[in-house]
Ligand binder design. Sequence first.
Ligand SMILES: [Zn+2]
Length: 69
Amino acid sequence: MKIKCPKCNENAELAMDFSVVTCEHCDLDMSYGEYVKFVAHNEKKYSDILGDYTGSTEGQTAGSLDEWD
Ligand SMILES: [Zn+2]
């Protein structure tokens, strides 16, 4: 299925079995697990914002995302 490429924001392709993500526009080729990590890392700044927001209700920080570094 088509998903948004985390590198170039063009259409990337997620395999039907969720095993691999490929993008013909920027030669992206990674496992879905790597893709999830990549997206999570790229959107860390948004996660931090959300972390601040949800932190007031759940008492959690976004610190756990630091492990992606
Ligand atoms: Zn791409």
